[in-house]
Design a protein around this ligand. Structure first.
Ligand SMILES: Cc1ncc(COP(=O)(O)O)c(C=O)c1O
Length: 370
């Protein structure tokens, strides 16, 4: 019996002996750390995914969760909410789970933008919420990043009056941060009827002394919402689980917009087990930094400079239009980020495994010289 298979005895414990005896269960075994390129022939460095996948504990927890797939996931919900609340030093009522942090972004747009309630966001940034707000009939204002690729907080605040300001920190696609002192001042001084959503999807990869999470500020600011995800450092992008931290009454407003039971039992089990694993976060941080430093240095040797990265991807200056380069790499089965119109001569590149980055570098060397 391996660790990643589920025994009849375990089902008996979970279901009660009678139920277990009546059900013939398949034995399911999860592959560890799949090698996607070996399966598809494609090196995918386009979506800022974690190439190492979920932790062993998360895979085991999912295996066990099959036994409860027939129940609505109320208890599993509560367990994860409790663990997230403890991790972040907040009350369970200050946590809302989402079907990925994408659902959190969507319910924020639905609760706090619309006609007369604009959205302000950086340009470039992660654009999902721009689409959600546009669909709500909200005016959407894009404010260029500063020279140092930080959010221009005064301009964003001005544009978002009585609406919502979206701050992605670290920012996708530039991998840059907005310094902690500026963000703290902004949150401290924003009018209370301007909602502030800080998206910390890449929080775990940031190690600059100039970076911090704003979760500790939530207790003093009812207009602050922080979004986090299990898709990045926890390697669960395909499972879909994220969350929001905000004051109780703000969470209640978001919950009104949310689908009931939107996170499935597999994702809940995997996320809860991930938080119990003391290894995954430091190991992921270490591997990402090492492979990112290697990639940045190699590109630099070739004459291509990257924006300093605080994430699991980099944005580097291609010194020419990126679109033909993206197409040429695709021909060689290497997928990289799309065009971001605000930075037409930059390529967004996810940090995969070392072997994937070596494959990228050799393909890029060929297409950049062509
Ligand atoms: C900044 C940012 N926020 C949110 C998301 C959505 O993540 P998910 O819905 O998988 O939690 C992404 C995905 O890449 C992202 O880059």
């Amino acid at each position: 019996m391996s660790n990643s298979t589920i025994s009849r005895r375990r089902f008996a414990q979970i279901l009660g002996v009678g139920a277990a005896a009546a059900v013939v269960r398949p034995t399911i075994t999860f592959a560890r750390s799949p090698a996607p390129a070996a399966v598809t022939g494609v090196i995918r460095l386009s979506a800022n995914e974690n190439p190492y996948g979920p932790s062993a504990g998360a895979l085991q927890a999912m295996n066990e969760a099959f036994a409860l797939a027939w129940r609505y996931p109320d208890e599993a919900n509560e367990r994860l909410i409790g663990a997230i609340a403890k991790l972040n030093g907040v009350a369970p009522e200050e946590v809302l789970l989402g079907d990925g942090s994408s659902e959190i972004l969507k319910v924020c747009a639905e609760a706090f933008t619309g006609p007369g309630r604009p959205l302000a966001a950086a340009d470039p940034t992660f654009e999902a919420i721009l689409n959600y707000s546009t669909a709500r009939g909200a005016q959407v204002d894009k404010v260029p990043l500063t020279q140092t690729f930080a959010h221009d907080l005064p301009k964003l605040g001005g544009a978002a009056a009585r609406g919502l300001v979206y701050i992605c920190n670290p920012n996708n696609p530039t991998a840059s941060i907005t310094p902690k002192a500026a963000l703290r001042d902004f949150v401290g001084n924003a009018p209370t009827d301007t909602m502030i959503l800080v998206d910390e999807a890449y929080f775990h990869f940031a190690d600059s002394p100039d970076y911090e999470s704003v979760i500790p500020l939530v207790k003093d600011h009812a207009n602050l919402i922080v979004a986090r995800t299990f898709s990045k450092i926890y390697g669960m992008a395909g499972l879909r689980c994220g969350y929001a931290i905000a004051q109780k009454q703000t969470i209640a407003k978001l919950r009104e917009q949310e689908m009931w039971d939107s996170v499935n039992c597999m994702a809940l089990a995997a996320a809860t087990a991930s938080l119990d694993d003391p290894e995954q976060v430091p190991a992921g941080q270490h591997r990402n930094k090492e492979t990112r430093d290697f990639t940045v240095a190699q590109l630099e040797t070739m004459g291509f400079k990257s924006i300093p990265s605080q994430a699991n991807f980099i944005m580097f200056d291609t010194k020419r239009p990126v679109v033909p380069l993206i197409a040429a790499l695709k021909q060689r089965n290497v997928q990289v980020g799309r065009l971001f119109p605000a930075l037409p001569n930059h390529m967004r590149l996810t940090i995969g495994k070392r072997s994937e980055m070596e494959a990228f570098l050799s393909a890029f060397r060929a297409v950049a010289q062509a």
